[in-house]
Design a protein around this ligand. Sequence first.
Ligand code: ZN
Length: 203
Amino acid sequence: MAIGAATGVAIAVWTQSSVVEAALFGFVGGVAALAPDLDVNGKLANKITVEKKWLVLFFAIAGLLLALYSYFMLFGIKQITGFLVSLGLLLLPKLFIKQRMMLFLTGVIVAYAGWYINEMWIVYIGLFILFASVVSHRTWTHSFVGVILFYFVAAEVAQKFPIEGLQAVLILGYVSHLVADMKMLPANKKGTKFFYPLWKKEF
Ligand SMILES: [Zn+2]
């Protein structure tokens, strides 16, 4: 995040932006630099993800309502089936819903919300979250494929907020993460597979 923020500020200096824009670019660059790691349960992923407990609660309420309905309205085998399903709704989500699935769901909600209010840039952000939630860590989002997909996100955002340099900050903020993940830095045991899935060499 710090490297992305520094990238944003550097672009602000380069384009001789105002102090306000420099602060904005620092923030945007920092957030963009976290985007590649949406493919793992990390800082940004946890912040934006709908919490698992709400979905568990939703299913539990549905289970309780179904139990009441079965008790009062159903008879015989249908009633027993109703009770079994409601028991499942009460117990299973807690065991089977993973935080990763919630990130996927968050992507769906964001994309749908964007589509609903007719804001394409929000749809693109939602689709990117969706994409990152289904791929393995340090693969697609950390290669040229991720950069290209994020380029489309950045283009939509820059179209909505036409600030000079904003698109560059987004893209370079993203790329700065991939550079910071490279093997040449002593803190990294693994490198960045820039050409994944074509060439799986780590750099
Ligand atoms: Zn990473």
